[in-house]
Unconditional design. Structure first.
Length: 111
């Protein structure tokens, strides 16, 4: 009985391996990685974006996100794993970070 159950589970795991393509998964990660979309702050293609204009101590200021589609993989990986002002923590795996980087590289070729 245990062998039969093992074979059934193995079949479904193997059958679902290609349920979603690499491009689809990468797009979903970018647009909703952990409930907060990268695109909200970095646009669809990873470009810089003005988030807010405000005044602090009578001085006009701007809160802008940096362009991220031109970073090296090392800088991209570091940015996602270090605390940066205004950047949410996603707690992504290395394979998810590689997919996000791949997604941005593919998107920037289309610009």
């Amino acid at each position: 009985m245990k062998l039969l159950l093992f074979l059934i589970v193995s079949f479904f795991v193997e059958a679902n391996e290609d349920f979603i393509t690499k491009d689809e998964y990468a797009s979903q990660l970018y647009n909703n990685p952990r409930g907060i979309s990268c695109a909200l702050c970095h646009n669809e293609n990873g470009t810089a974006k003005l988030i807010a204009k405000y005044t602090h101590e009578e001085e006009s200021r701007r809160f802008e996100t940096p362009q991220i589609n031109n970073l090296s993989y090392e800088k991209f990986h570091k940015a996602l794993n270090n605390r940066i002002r205004g950047m949410p923590r996603y707690f992504l795996t290395d394979s998810e970070i590689k997919l996000l980087y791949y997604y941005l590289q593919q998107r920037s070729k289309k610009i």
